[in-house]
Ligand binder design. Structure first.
Ligand code: FS2
Ligand code: SF4
Length: 541
């Protein structure tokens, strides 16, 4: 196997025996083959000049397939095998609709058993591309497309889609097969991936806010009640809605975990008195936190860490792109409805969660809420009460070096404000960093996709100060990344010409030295230094 798609990749260069995440060789190979299968579909769609907007079933399954290969989403070999077969059948049906001469292997190969899938995967993985820079750019584009697919799938589940995004996904995947493209062409396509990343995040923002209202300042309980409960994690808000509806009046509470925390900020969910609070922290702490939670856990997406005990494993349920071998996977019916009764029945037999924290945290600072405070914020900047904003969005992870972000937040001067989104926030959202004239010093916009809100906030400030360029604002970007949704967020920021982003705790292993140099030279991308050095750099001391 070879996989280097996430920040925790072995030695910063690639997992070759077993993933640091726990991914086995077979799962890695099935994921590689699923991606190759999708490229076959992309080849037929682009070469056959098919209208992507007219392929609803394939588009939906394309998004789901890409999401299944994102870090910590799907650990179920049977599910991956079925998905490969499903996508091959789609590819073969599509081929019947167009006359394409000289089809390459990607559009003709067939596999029908686990054994020949694994054989085939050995020759189509990442290392099949020999040129290191081409491979680096092909993978950067592929990972960006995975992130874009994840956000597009959430939007689709809320009834919002954009055929242009589908067309781009096919274009980008097909381009990774084209060995006539130069490094310059691939750099341009990488930035175009960022352009479509912005569209996907805007679409999801529209989907979420049109259904659930605009996030507003909200205090979220982090303690527990005495009722049995279900923990819901991942990013999908439609699943939360359905779970809350089905648990209402049953005596079973629902708690959010990790990236589901921002659901509390939406007005729509406030009517559910069975939505009890947020339990625990970022994804990687689930190993201990799930033990003390006691109730069932519903994974709506990544990040699923293989549990260390059978007892916890038997409380895990998955839906959408998430999967775990031997555990129930809840599917939607033709109308998108899911039946969570099995989870609710199990919850009733289990004890209430142990309390691991008490008190509350405040969030809900997405674009609409911050715009409502814009006068106050602009005034605070003009008066010098706020000297600088720090965008510290992105992902959290296991590496000890991520303690940097807690220390950095603690050492930031009192006249600075942190803008955050994504699970990165758990490194500092319980530190009580105070406020500046009523404006909290940590403004949480929401999930990782809500980095879109941070972009809108920056653009609003640019307008308020009459500047031509967002890079002239007193905003620094000190971002943490982990998986492929962070890749699309980064590419989106680069497309918007945001300069001097610091990316940590390590630069992506999939960037070759030459590609990394392009990013450094063109965009001023930098890695993480020491807290003190970076603080001096950012504060211009
Ligand atoms: Fe965190 Fe994991 Fe949000 Fe990522 S919970 S690293 O999926 O997409 O961020
Ligand atoms: Fe390694 Fe990350 Fe790939 Fe897992 S997802 S195998 S940790 S690079």
């Amino acid at each position: 196997m070879f996989c280097f798609q996430c920040q925790e990749t072995a030695k910063g260069t690639g997992c070759t025996v077993r993933g640091v995440c726990g991914k086995t060789e077979d799962i890695a190979k099935l994921q590689d083959l699923l991606i190759y299968t999708l490229k076959g579909i992309a080849y037929v769609v682009t070469k056959g000049k098919l209208d992507a907007g007219k392929l609803p079933d394939i588009n939906r399954q394309m998004l789901n397939s890409l999401f299944m290969t994102i870090t910590n989403a799907n650990w179920d070999g049977m599910a991956l095998e079925e998905q490969i077969k499903k996508m091959l059948a789609f590819r073969n049906e599509l081929k019947k609709t167009v006359a394409l001469p000289d089809l390459p292997d990607v559009a003709t190969f067939e596999v029908d058993t686990r054994e020949n899938m694994l054989d085939k995967a050995a020759s189509v993985g990442i290392l099949a591309t020999e040129n290191e820079d081409v491979r680096s750019l092909q993978q950067t584009i592929t990972y960006g497309v995975k992130g874009m697919a994840a956000y597009s799938e959430h939007a689709l589940l809320l009834g919002k889609e954009d055929p242009e995004i589908y067309a781009f996904i096919y274009e980008a995947l097909a381009a990774t097969l084209d060995d006539t493209l130069s490094v310059d062409d691939l750099v341009a396509l990488t930035l175009k991936t960022g352009e479509y990343g912005v569209k996907a995040m805007a679409l999801l923002d529209e989907a979420n806010t049109s259904k659930y209202g605009n996030p507003e300042i909200t205090e979220v309980n982090i303690g527990v009640r005495k009722n049995p409960a279900i923990l819901i994690t991942g990013h999908d808000l439609t699943d939360l809605e359905q779970l809350l509806e089905q648990t209402r009046g049953t005596g079973v509470d629902v708690y959010t975990h990790s990236e589901m925390l921002p659901a509390h900020y939406y007005p729509y969910f406030k009517k559910y008195d069975n939505l009890a609070g947020n339990y625990g922290n970022a994804w990687w702490k689930q190993v201990g936190e799930f033990e003390s939670f006691h109730g069932p856990i519903l994974f709506t997406t990544n990040c699923l860490v293989p549990p260390r005990s059978e007892e916890v494993k038997n409380r895990i349920f998955t839906t959408n792109s998430a999967g775990y071998p031997g555990r129930s996977h809840i599917k939607a019916d033709a109308n998108g409805k899911k039946d969570f009764s099995e989870i609710i029945a199990l919850a009733k037999t289990l004890p209430a969660p142990d309390e691991i924290e008490t008190g509350s945290i405040v969030g809900g600072f997405a674009h609409n809420q911050v715009f409502a405070l814009a006068d106050k914020v602009v005034e605070a900047v003009k008066s010098g009460a706020i000297k600088k904003f720090f965008v510290m969005a992105g992902c959290d992870g296991r590496m000890k070096s991520r303690e940097y972000y807690t220390e950095f937040a603690q050492k930031l001067p009192q006249d600075t404000v942190i803008l955050t989104a994504g699970c990165a926030k758990y490194r500092y959202n319980k530190l009580n960093l105070g406020d500046i004239g009523g404006i909290p010093r940590v403004l949480d916009a929401g999930q990782c996709n809500d980095c879109y809100s941070l972009v809108l906030i920056a653009l609003k400030l640019k307008e308020a100060f009459g500047l031509d360029d967002v890079n002239q604002l007193p905003i620094a970007f000190n971002i943490a990344w982990y998986e492929q949704k962070a890749v699309i967020v980064l590419l989106a920021l680069l497309h918007l010409n945001v300069k001097n982003i610091h990316l940590g705790p390590t630069l992506p292993g999939f960037l070759s030295p030459n590609v990394a140099k392009v990013l450094v030279d063109t965009f001023g991308i930098a890695g993480m230094g020491t807290v003190d050095d970076d603080m001096k750099l950012f504060m211009g001391a």
